[in-house]
Design a protein around this ligand. Sequence first.
Ligand SMILES: NC(=O)c1ccc[n+]([C@@H]2O[C@H](COP(=O)([O-])OP(=O)(O)OC[C@H]3O[C@@H](n4cnc5c(N)ncnc54)[C@H](O)[C@@H]3O)[C@@H](O)[C@H]2O)c1
Length: 270
Amino acid sequence: MTSSGDPPVTDLSTLSGRLEGKVALITGGAGGMGRAASVQFAAAGARVAILDIDQQQGESAVAEIESFGASALFINTDVSSATQVEQAIAKVVAKFGPITILFNHAGTIIVKPLHETSDADYDRLMDINVRSAFLVCRAIVRHMLEHNGGSIVITSSIGGEKGFALESLYCMTKGAVLQLARSISTEYRQQGIRCNAVCPGFVKTAHGLREIDELDGLGQKWNEADLTDAQVRICEANEVASAALYLASDESSFINGTALYVDNGWYAKG
Ligand SMILES: NC(=O)c1ccc[n+]([C@@H]2O[C@H](COP(=O)([O-])OP(=O)(O)OC[C@H]3O[C@@H](n4cnc5c(N)ncnc54)[C@H](O)[C@@H]3O)[C@@H](O)[C@H]2O)c1
């Protein structure tokens, strides 16, 4: 299906073999786009480790993956905690062996005018969106340096490049992780580590729907009809997961340091 009509349904059987033999760690892999990626990566043949704070959704993601015969592991982990990240990675390696793919996806949003944003808001969003990426990527780069490289995908956002009113703090965090992706790509390419970013527009997840509600509540207009001008329709979680799968896989072997906009032309349009 096209970018304008009904969104495509992902046929998991078509993914078979694309990540055969890989071990993928997905932060925020229990919900939204992370969940869609957990399922797609597993259907593509990877053994998938989900690090998330949502126990119930994490366990249900593992059950969904195991229902089609693939392997997954959930570890309840706050990825802004260095200790929890280190312990979780050790558990993943003990169960599945060396990690060859990282999808660094966990994150959240605060919608608020900058002049009303508190120090606590700043600390919280920087911890969840930026400190977590630093901790997880640092640990995984160290690990990949010892195990012949791998592929890292970081979730930024169209707000990592564009500026959006009521989202100054959020855009700041997404710009930070986009620059992290670019920097890792140049720093470690000779060691076989690739790193790219996905930059989605509005996606139909708990995060995206809350964001739209809160922006609308503060006077902007981002309900489904008003999205038309920006991106024609709302994006589905599976469409971002497909982009992440491509970047994670060997199919994108010479793509490194790129920002892949998953936004139906919104960024290009200006
Ligand atoms: N939905 C959108 O419109 C949109 C657009 C661009 C970028 N993003 C990015 O996507 C991510 C949000 O994901 P989503 O839209 O799939 O929403 P979501 O809220 O459904 O999923 C986010 C997942 O991250 C987990 N998480 C949150 N804090 C965590 C922590 N400290 N440790 C571990 N796990 C944690 C949540 O439990 C949840 O499972 C963020 O990085 C956000 O910047 C979202």
